[in-house]
Ligand binder design. Sequence first.
Ligand SMILES: [Zn+2]
Length: 285
Amino acid sequence: MKIGSFKLTAIEAGKMKLDGGAMFGSVPKALWEKQHPADQSNCIQLSCRILLIESNERLFLVDSGMGDKWNEKERRIFGIASDYPPLATALKRAGIAEETITDVIITHLHFDHAGGLTTKTPEGVVGPSFPNATHWLQKRNWDNALTPNSRERASYRRENIDALKNVDLRLLDGPQIIADGISVLVSDGHTQGMQLVQVADKGQSLTYCADLIPTASHVHGAYTMGYDIHAGLLIEEKAKLLEEVLQSKGFLFFEHDPIDAIGALKSEGGRIRFAGYVDDEGNLK
Ligand SMILES: [Zn+2]
């Protein structure tokens, strides 16, 4: 898809399964299970979808998926699909050599977003996957990841974090313009200091929603995840974003949606609703 002069490419960096109840918080199963069929363990299929943003001078990667540092038991627990290639291979298939990525924007350091930032050698040494890229993260998320609360401890794994001390890591304090047309917004409902990425050029825009709106189903104003640390705050942050995106006729990028990457909004009966997925031209499918 093109947003003004930017070329955007969604990349499937893997699939995982998480408990459907945890993904939909207080929403009854009867309301989500048709769209998200649960397996015998009540788990639903989710994507870990990342975004490449190409400008004339720079190549941005937003998030990095689960990565490959998982043992067999962990792969079973998180239902990590085994038929997905390592991130470097997925990028290569999209025509991108990983060393050409100049910037990595990290929404937050939960393992399903930050797992691919580092790789493990056969000898077990963990190092950065993009050693030459500038990495952008909110400082509050970095601090949170280093000293997580008990509820998030399992999501902030040190093997995804420590090696980032060896890269050019820019810790941001709030919303910021990263480059002309590329900026980050901050949201604290899911976890402390999560950032969303907005690409805007020539009257078009797209927002990479991360875990504020992980799937198209979560466009619904009252849907939050059991994982969210402040559900009430998240509902307010989401309402504000949806209003802005609706007004500007922008697109939303869904990192975990099992079906597709990019969608549009509509207003219906005074509420903001998911209008449908869109194709590369921005037309509803
Ligand atoms: Zn998360």
